[in-house]
Design a binder for this molecule. Structure first.
Ligand SMILES: *[C@@H]1O[C@H](CO)[C@@H](O)[C@H](O)[C@H]1NC(C)=O
Ligand SMILES: *[C@@H]1O[C@H](CO)[C@@H](O)[C@H](O)[C@H]1NC(C)=O
Ligand SMILES: *[C@@H]1O[C@H](CO)[C@@H](O)[C@H](O)[C@H]1NC(C)=O
Length: 443
């Protein structure tokens, strides 16, 4: 009895302890991070809480480079080997920076699978970061303009807890952006994931008194946006440095933490662990018995999702995973059923089409799953197989086809009436030809 109580108390203590220690999330791609900043723009000490959280909550090994020092070098690659998994760029200025962190270099980093967090702010012309963002389709306002909202009655731009435009990236947490926000226009390409929209009553104003045209007006502008390229590398753009500073960190920790988790690939990362298809009736695979037209086939796919908090893969459950059978155009687009954890691999969810009939057409067919949803990794699985036509002894025989019975009956009746006629002609009595003589013919 006593032992039991003691065990319970010990267990409760363990649970309490694990809740106290901040949980450490892990990236699915790596933990090497580089933070680039410029002391002339902002003292890095203002962001100490953010940097601390990168180390403790996100489990990153953070290197920093301070760019007001002319000798500083930013090396993202050693020859062709990428040196970092994640890059954070704060607003920086000057020619030295433009050379060290050229837009081309940033693009190459993204194309190679690196994740980027880029922060822009009014009054700082980080040209190469702007050029890089423009390549992604994010167009931050020029440095002379910042966002104001005259109706809200406050200089501080904030987002309500229900402002998130994509729940995969972050949801249900309010954000404060401060009074120096650079809004952006977004392209409508599908890789861009808008996160926070400017309010309807806000607009960009020019800091100096020229009659410069507003970069954004109302809900046209965005304050935060994400980007995921076709290789699933991620980028996050924030239009405000104040959102990350210690002054607002406690308020923003929840939403920012979620955004950073998404960008560092700690969540919403999917992978396919298995694809199979087979005859629906016999269960034989294509290799054992190639499909022919009108065969019944079943297609399965298993999808896992990275859970950064537990540092393991877990089943990904959704109701919009579709299978396509294509030959140039899709012949089928079937929404698959989630059947629970895959019996062969419990970390993945099994999806199945159920039995479907191959179309009555032979040729090369693609068995494809193209799962492209904003906010989660894109999945694309294709398997090309040749579907044969029927061999000449595989067609149904005529007597199996009820439609043919009419014609078969017609043929049978012609044969029968011919035989009947001949029989009748041969056996008919001579009396039928009475009254005819050969005499007439001799005339
Ligand atoms: C968010 O919440 C506020 C206040 O509860 C409400 O007025 C607003 O309509 C909500 N916005 C959306 C997009 O649901
Ligand atoms: C004001 O804005 C204009 C237009 O962008 C720019 O050319 C000019 O240099 C700015 N003036 C100051 C003092 O920043
Ligand atoms: C697909 O999944 C179903 C349900 O678990 C299973 O019965 C069937 O054998 C699977 N088929 C293939 C081809 O893996």
């Amino acid at each position: 009895m006593l032992g039991n109580h003691f065990l319970h108390a010990l267990l409760a203590l363990c649970v309490a302890l694990t809740q106290l220690v901040p949980c450490l999330a892990r990236s699915a791609t790596g933990d090497r991070a580089l933070l680039v900043f410029d002391d002339r723009v902002d003292e890095i000490a203002q962001y100490s809480q953010l940097i601390e959280s990168l180390r403790t909550q996100h489990g990153l090994a953070v290197d920093t480079v301070e760019l007001s020092d002319k000798a500083a070098r930013v090396d993202l690659f050693n020859r062709d080997i990428r040196l970092y998994d994640h890059l954070l760029v704060f607003p920086v200025k000057g020619k030295h920076f433009a050379k060290q962190l050229a837009a081309k270099k940033l693009l190459r980093f993204t194309e190679d699978g690196g994740n980027v967090v880029a922060v822009t702010a009014p009054r700082v012309a980080s040209d190469s970061v702007h050029q890089y963002l423009n390549q992604l389709g994010i167009y931050p306002a020029p440095r002379t303009q910042h966002l104001v909202d005259l109706v809200s009655g406050s200089d501080v731009i904030a987002a309500a807890s229900n402002a998130s435009l994509n729940a995969h990236v972050y949801s249900d947490a309010a954000l404060v952006f401060g009074d120096s926000v650079s809004p952006a226009l977004l392209d409508n390409r599908p890789q861009i994931i808008p996160l926070v929209q400017a309010s309807k009553s806000s607009f960009a104003v020019s800091a100096n008194k020229t009659r410069e045209q507003s970069w954004t007006q109302g809900a046209q502008g965005y304050i935060a946006a994400a980007f995921q390229n076709n290789q699933n590398a991620r980028a996050l753009w924030l239009g405000s440095t104040q959102a990350l500073s210690n002054a607002n960190f406690a308020q923003n920790a929840q939403a920012l933490g979620e955004m950073l988790k998404w960008t560092f690939q700690e969540k919403a990362v999917l992978k396919v662990t298995g694809v199979s298809h087979a005859h629906a009736d016999s269960g034989l695979s294509y290799d054992q018995l190639p499909y022919k037209v009108t065969d019944d086939v079943v297609y399965n796919i298993s999808i896992a999702q990275w859970d950064g908090d537990a540092a393991q893969w877990a089943p990904y459950v959704a109701d919009d995973v579709q299978f396509e059978l294509r030959q140039i155009d899709p012949y089928y687009r079937i929404t698959m059923h989630a059947l629970g954890a895959d019996p062969r691999d419990a970390t993945a969810e099994l999806y199945s089409t159920g039995a479907f009939k191959m179309p009555n057409r032979h040729g090369m067919f693609t068995f494809a799953t193209d799962y492209q949803r904003q906010g989660v990794s894109y999945l694309s699985e294709q398997d090309i197989k040749a579907i044969r036509h029927l061999a000449n002894d595989e067609y149904p025989r005529s007597w199996e086809i009820t439609n043919a019975w009419v014609y078969a009956a017609a043929i049978a009746s012609v044969i029968a009436s011919f035989v009947g006629f001949v029989f009748f002609f041969v056996t008919a009595p001579a009396s039928l030809s009475d009254g005819f003589t050969d005499d007439k013919k001799k005339n």
